[in-house]
Design a protein around this ligand. Structure first.
Ligand SMILES: Nc1ncnc2c1ncn2[C@@H]1O[C@H](COP(=O)(O)OP(=O)(O)OP(=O)(O)O)[C@@H](O)[C@H]1O
Length: 400
């Protein structure tokens, strides 16, 4: 069982001076645009309910204005929710008094922003130690902790340097070190790497993954970049118009996008290496169970009834035995049992084979190719049409 670190229950955020009115209209089903026209209140987050597990990197994606920043700022109550509960380690922070909230923020959470938000008149060391200073920690201790954090991001040699002497990538490392200095359980990262050029950005992503492998934190990471989301995210939440419309691993979302908006995010992704044969195996083919006394005539009759030219023969345990065709059955009529493998060279595809690996097999086989699991159990078959459909994303992209 995964341990829940952060939990949101029916969380809403309405911006404006009369959120209650807007909230009641929203709960009655009125559209956000209409609510804005009627009340001038704008819906930032609408009915967010989900859990984030301890130790995972949870990426939030969505178009500009979909509510990502608002959602993340609700998690540390930088923004006050208009309704709902936000639990950190099972404690509802929406009902906490400010001293307890401050304690939770100081001990458990840190935030990294897109704009590095460093103080120009402070050295790298003092920038990193700044939050600890606000927390009333002694100079010796905070410098010690700041140095530990700078060591983690590879900037220990820069303690006395001032921010303007650093490149963008280094400044964001300082931002990250500042967030790491109080050793938080939870890191909230709002487009933290978006301002960096692609190479540095990729380096920072690797750095974050390395840090995460050394010390498991719970990371909530906003991104509008699919590659980044897929590289970093254990799970991805997709936001649309203030709502969380889908949560899952990138594979899960790719295989089963909740709507066209979600699909559009993943358009262009090469699914060939992600989706496996079992995901697209269809059970539309006619399967004939080999039984004593059920011979070629019976098989012919079954195929005729289904108006099919091929049948997939399985035993009573659904293990795949071979394929028969109407033609081959006609050649050897009136047998008491079906001779399997009438067709020579019947390839089978293993359940976990990825699409890129099976394209050649399916393309060169005149019938749907059977998919079997490790016990040879028949799971269905893949036709050229279903393979093309599954490869649609890639195909669309190439033809744009
Ligand atoms: N302080 C505010 N006052 C009024 N409306 C706001 C405020 N902050 C955000 N909003 C509205 O809430 C909605 C969500 O905004 P939010 O900034 O959370 O989106 P986002 O997905 O983070 O966008 P971006 O990717 O551009 O940062 C938007 O419609 C926005 O206009």
């Amino acid at each position: 069982m995964k341990e829940v670190k952060i939990e949101l229950k029916n969380v809403y955020k309405i911006f404006g001076n009369s959120p209650k009115k807007a909230l009641s209209l929203l709960k009655k089903g009125m559209q956000k645009e209409e609510i804005f026209r009627h009340t001038a209140q704008s819906v930032g987050v609408c009915d967010a309910t989900f859990q984030i597990y301890k130790g995972e990197i949870f990426v939030i994606m969505g178009l500009s204005g979909s509510g990502k920043s608002t959602l993340v700022r609700l998690i540390n109550r930088l923004i006050e929710p208009s309704g709902g509960a936000i639990l950190i380690d099972g404690e509802d922070i929406t009902t906490m008094k400010s001293s307890s909230l401050r304690e939770v923020r100081r001990k458990k959470m840190s935030m990294v922003f897109q704009s590095f938000a460093l103080l120009p008149h402070l050295s790298v060391l003092d920038n990193v130690a700044f939050g600890l200073e606000l927390g009333g920690i002694s100079k010796t201790e905070r410098h010690e902790k700041a140095k530990e954090a700078l060591l983690q991001v590879g900037l220990l040699d820069y303690v006395n340097v001032y921010p303007d002497a650093l490149s963008g990538g280094m400044q964001q490392r300082v931002g990250l070190a500042r967030a790491l200095a109080n050793n938080p359980d939870i890191l909230l990262m709002d487009e933290a790497f978006s301002a960096l050029d692609p190479l540095i950005r990729s380096e920072m992503q690797d750095e974050l993954l390395k840090l995460q492998s050394e010390q498991e934190r719970t990371i909530v990471f906003i991104s509008h970049d699919l590659d980044e989301a897929m590289k970093l995210g254990d799970r991805i939440a997709i936001m649309q118009g203030g709502e969380v419309v889908q949560i899952g691993s990138s594979d899960e979302i790719l295989k089963n996008p909740a709507n066209d908006y979600v699909r559009s995010f993943f358009k262009g992704v090469n699914v060939g290496g992600i989706i496996s044969a079992k995901d697209i195996a269809s059970t539309q083919q006619v399967t004939i169970i080999q039984k004593d006394g059920q011979g070629t005539l019976m098989a012919l009759q079954i195929l005729r009834e289904h108006d099919r030219n091929f049948g997939y023969i399985v035993d009573r345990k659904k293990r795949f035995l071979g394929i028969v065709s109407v033609d081959s059955l006609r050649e050897k009529p009136k047998r008491d049992s079906i001779d399997v493998a009438f067709l020579k060279e019947t390839p089978v595809i293993e359940a976990d084979a990825c699409l890129n690996d099976i394209v050649g097999i399916v393309a060169n086989t005149p019938y749907s190719v059977p998919v079997v699991d490790e016990n040879q159990k028949y799971l269905g078959a893949i036709s050229k049409a279903s393979l093309l459909k599954a490869l649609d994303y890639q195909w669309e992209d190439e033809h744009e």
